[in-house]
Design a protein around this ligand. Structure first.
Ligand SMILES: [Zn+2]
Length: 119
């Protein structure tokens, strides 16, 4: 058999975090980063976790290898989301602009038609 593969992961979010939706999303992204890392680099992930346990928190949280990976994952996902929101907003603006141009064109056409009727 090959190495284990993550099929699903349960993420528990602390109540203190749930009150802040931005923080909740950030924590979820971070935790999914751990799950993704554990799935992709199972051996390294497990070894790092074991080392953390043995050190009993000697290395500061954000300096631990598994935390660095999860933090980077979180930043990447957050940046992708921002880019995607920005692109959607730009598309909405473009569609609005197009709609206004079309409206203007129809109004001018109508004006011309009325003017021609009077001639
Ligand atoms: Zn973490």
């Amino acid at each position: 058999m090959g190495h284990p593969q993550l099929i699903s992961a349960k993420v528990v979010i602390d109540n203190r975090v749930l009150k802040d939706s931005n923080r909740t999303e950030e924590v979820l992204q971070h935790e999914v980063g751990h799950a993704d890392d554990a799935r992709r680099n199972t051996g390294i992930y497990v070894a790092n976790s074991k080392k953390n346990d043995e050190e009993k928190g000697k290395t500061p949280h954000d300096k631990r290898p598994n935390e660095i990976v999860a933090n980077n994952f979180q930043k990447t996902v957050a940046a992708e989301k921002q880019a995607s929101l920005k692109a959607a907003e730009q598309q909405r603006k473009n569609e609005e602009k197009q709609r206004k141009q079309e409206e203007k064109r129809k109004n001018e056409e109508e004006k011309r038609r009325k003017k021609n009727e009077m001639l």
